[in-house]
Design a protein around this ligand. Structure first.
Ligand SMILES: [Zn+2]
Length: 282
């Protein structure tokens, strides 16, 4: 078993991150498996070295050890681009729309509200019929997932071990309707879904343990794994840690940051207690 924790260095880790990291770490260690770390710093306009350093400090303080080198996504742009030019080249198209174009096209002509999927507004297909881009010109500015070269009846699924209210099985036609042509590349860097799938494979992750907020996105990852010829790992989408009002913790919850708890004199055992994990790590 190999699990991972993959934070973005765009703010302090909070209790929700601590829960996710501890759960992935403890699960692997209990099985005699390994645990690796990945820094998801694709968006260099938001990533900061001081936040990355704080991730290392907070995890070490929590008693989390990671195996092997840390993988940093900002150093892997060429690897993601190679996947787009290679196995994915028949399944992408260049998109020239900005956000406003997508909003306008998705709302017209039914004059309704645009439909939303797990990756935002479901792309209305504006650029899907444009001439294909030569592989040597990929990636261009923005690239989206092309679905019309897949059998619409193809069914894909994944094994979910934690969050079992939903049936994790879907067809390509359901994916087209509910999720659509998601962005795989933005201007200068890979989009989250593409980088995440390539890196989970590169890091040999067998069990992906992450928050239930990503459950719906997993269909995107499973479809990309299919197109890239990767095996689909086992998934555990865990419960989310919330604040006193029941709202999911976000980067804005600085009062719930691990840094703040450390400054107040909390111990790693206190953090485990707060997120409902057993006191002693196995
Ligand atoms: Zn477009």
């Amino acid at each position: 078993m190999r699990t991972r924790f993959a934070p973005s260095p765009t703010g302090p880790l909070h209790l929700g991150h601590a829960y996710s990291a501890l759960l992935a770490h403890d699960t692997a260690r209990a099985q005699g498996g390994s645990f690796v770390l990945r820094i998801e710093d694709l968006d260099q306009s938001r990533a900061r070295p001081e936040w990355e350093q704080l991730i290392y400090d907070d995890l070490a303080w929590l008693g989390i050890t990671w195996d092997g080198p840390v993988l940093r996504q900002s150093e892997r742009t060429d690897i993601y681009a190679t996947a787009l030019r290679g196995p994915l080249c028949d399944h992408v198209f260049a998109c020239h729309c900005n956000r406003r174009d997508v909003m306008a096209a998705a709302a017209a002509p039914q004059d309704g509200e645009p439909a939303f999927g797990p990756d935002g507004i479901i792309y209305p297909g504006t650029c899907a019929g444009l001439p294909a881009v030569a592989p040597s010109d990929i990636p261009t500015q923005n690239m989206r997932l092309r679905l019309d070269r897949l059998n619409p009846d193809l069914r894909l699924s994944f094994h979910e071990t934690c969050f079992t209210d939903h049936t994790p099985e879907f067809s390509v036609s359901e994916f087209q309707r509910d999720i659509g042509s998601v962005v795989l590349w933005r201007q200068h860097y890979a989009a989250y879904h593409l980088a995440c799938v390539i890196d989970d494979y590169a890091q040999g992750i067998t069990h992906i343990i992450r928050g239930a907020d990503l459950f719906e996105s997993t269909q995107i990852h499973v479809l990309l794994q299919h197109l890239l010829g990767y095996d689909t790992p086992t998934y555990c989408h865990h419960r989310l840690i919330t604040d006193e009002t029941g709202k999911r913790l976000a980067k804005r919850h600085d009062a719930k940051s691990i840094q703040a708890f450390r400054a107040q004199g909390a111990t790693p055992a206190d953090i485990r207690h707060m997120v409902g994990l057993p006191r002693i790590s196995t």
